[in-house]
Design a protein around this ligand. Structure first.
Ligand SMILES: Nc1ncnc2c1ncn2[C@@H]1O[C@H](COP(=O)(O)OP(=O)(O)OP(=O)(O)O)[C@@H](O)[C@H]1O
Length: 559
């Protein structure tokens, strides 16, 4: 409205001047003063509203994408590299902000100005209005055809950004290897070529956008000059006042500028669409194979029935495996490296759905159970434990409240209590980025404490105490073996007879099957595959073997 008002004001000023109308001239001075005040308020408020809309839109989009990613089930989450997720939440957001949200708001704003100016122009002179409209529609079609190719290049740029982030993440995570194997020069070269490639992809987008900007500028200038010529002809012919000509020129500007802006924005928005689609995909819940809703009880047993699973079609990692784990039982899962031990346990955690056979918890198949609730009942401790960059206390309790005796029991059984005295601030000690301020063994003990304080009924130790010294590992495992309610599966290569004999069963795995099962003593007596495997493993570990003291387990740490 203010743009149209400016045209009317200019018309009246010029008409007052050419006709010597002082009264109209002085009135217009007052109108101009009021116009400036209103323009100031509207311009400032408009800009503020626009900025707020952009900030909020990107904030909401980020929330949706993060929520979509973090809610994925394990199988879907692992399909994408984490660097891709990071790139989506950082680089892609910038692409969307600059190439979709801002141009979209501009398009709306300028479309309104365009319609208002076009209507007013038609009122002044239908002939000029008609000529401009036709020429602009024709010229609009050219840059619009650039939308698709820009989209393709924008998508390639976004993929390039993902690869770039992945490379950076890899290099910074592998800093120690790069330094100690003198790979710094290669790292620089790799980075440099990736950086060049990224710059090339970015420029490929910019090139097409420059075309559309250029065309838009030419269209703008040509239409304005054309209008002036036609309007000049009408004034010379006596069909229009000089004031109306000025108003038409002003309106032509308000008519052409929006078209130029929109012509620039449309291909830009079309170009950002593939990136926006990708973000929308990430924010939607990924279709999960585990859609069951039954509440897992886990009061009796876990059964693997004729279970077969392969990562790649032709090579089964788990092959027609049958196994029953009784509630409260303590199992040691052993076998050669690569025989499928971790895979078997990851299947129980719902990490892969493409298995045949069945995994039943108290008789109900995994796919019929609410998988999140099942995960809430189990804890897997791997060799590489993840710690948040927070205090030890947070890393154990994860911000939840527990009673003092729960804390004491968890700290003692896990062996955390043993090293807390050596730290600066006890439980308030910070773990550092990915637990970097703590030793591998301390990190594992914190993970054990985390599982114990929550009293999860199923604990899987996948080489979970491999980083602690022999005596501490023995103490932790001994304490865990005393917890009657706890069902525990220990995957280990450390085949110590004094501990193994306390397990309810040794599960000896070979090539994706349970080949032997029984107590340690019975398997040794049997002199079968496990017995020879154990002899071999122990002889290879012999130099590290240390006599451990078989402590009495403190009663307060028992369940
Ligand atoms: N995500 C994966 N994608 C493809 N193959 C995999 C994947 N994870 C494991 N494998 C393969 O599956 C086989 C079994 O691996 P798994 O980790 O289950 O063995 P493992 O018995 O736990 O070995 P280790 O004792 O060395 O930890 C290996 O050949 C491994 O290369």
């Amino acid at each position: 409205a203010l743009t149209i008002a400016a045209a009317v004001i200019l018309e009246n000023i010029l008409n007052a001047v050419t006709s010597g109308n002082w009264e109209l001239f002085t009135t217009m001075i007052g109108v101009v003063a009021a116009y400036i005040v209103v323009l100031l308020v509207v311009a400032v408020c408009g800009a503020l509203v626009e900025k707020k809309l952009i900030v909020n839109t990107i904030r909401d989009l980020r929330t949706d994408v993060q929520s979509g990613i973090i809610s994925r089930d394990t199988e879907n989450y692992r399909k994408t590299n984490t660097a891709d997720y990071l790139s989506a939440l950082t680089n892609d957001m910038t692409i969307v902000e600059e190439n979709a949200v801002m141009p979209f708001l501009n398009t709306i704003q300028y479309a309104i100005i365009f319609v208002m100016a076009a209507v007013t122009l038609f009122v002044y002179s239908p002939l000029i209005g008609g000529i401009m409209l036709v020429s602009l529609v024709l010229m609009y079609l050219l840059p619009a055809s650039l939308g698709k190719p820009i989209g393709k290049r924008q998508e390639a740029y976004s993929t390039g950004l993902s690869l770039f982030t992945m490379k950076l993440k890899d290099q910074f995570s592998g800093y120690d290897v790069i330094r100690s194997y003198r790979l710094t020069d290669r790292a620089k070269k790799d980075f440099s070529s990736q950086n060049d490639e990224l710059a090339r992809k970015k420029f490929a987008v910019s090139k097409l956008l420059s075309f559309s900007e250029g065309i838009a500028a030419v269209v703008g200038a040509a239409s304005q000059i054309g209008t002036m010529l036609v309007a000049g002809f009408l004034v010379l012919n006596g069909q229009m006042t000089a004031g109306a000509l000025l108003a038409i020129l002003q309106l032509a500007g308000a008519f052409v500028q929006p078209v130029a802006v929109i012509m620039q924005c449309v291909p830009q928005i079309q170009g950002a669409m593939p990136v926006l689609e990708r973000l929308k995909d990430l924010s939607r819940p990924a279709p999960s194979a585990f859609t069951g809703t039954d509440e897992p009880k886990f009061e009796k047993d876990i059964r693997f029935e004729n279970l077969t699973f392969a990562y790649s079609e032709d090579q089964p990692v788990i092959s027609q495996l049958d196994l029953t784990l009784e509630k409260g039982g303590k199992y040691a899962l052993v076998g050669e490296s690569g025989c499928g031990k971790s895979t078997l346990m990851s299947l129980l955690g719902g990490e892969h759905s493409a298995y045949s056979g069945a995994i039943r918890i108290d008789g109900t198949e995994l796919r019929e159970l609410a998988i999140d609730q099942l995960l809430g009942k189990m804890s897997t401790i791997h060799q590489g434990v993840y710690l948040f960059d927070d205090t030890i206390e947070y890393n154990i309790g994860l911000g939840r409240t527990y009673r003092e005796e729960q804390w004491q029991a968890a700290l003692k059984t896990s062996g955390v209590a043993k090293f807390l005295d050596q730290t600066d601030s006890g439980l308030a000690t910070r773990a550092g980025e990915m637990g970097s301020k703590l030793s591998g063994g301390q990190r594992q003990r914190i993970a054990v404490a985390r599982a114990l304080i929550e009293q999860k009924p199923l604990l899987i130790l996948d080489e979970g105490t491999s980083a602690v010294d022999v005596q501490t590992a023995y103490d932790i495992e001994s304490a865990l073996l005393e917890l009657d309610d706890l069902t525990m599966v220990t995957i280990t290569h450390n085949l110590r007879p004094e501990l193994f004999s306390r397990y309810d069963a040794i599960l000896f795995m070979r090539e994706g099957r349970i080949q032997e099962i029984g107590t340690f003593d019975s398997l040794v007596e049997q002199q079968g595959a496990f017995a020879s495997f154990q002899r071999l493993e122990n002889s290879s570990q012999a130099p590290e073997q240390v006599e451990v003291q078989q402590h009495e387990i403190p009663t307060e740490s028992r369940h």
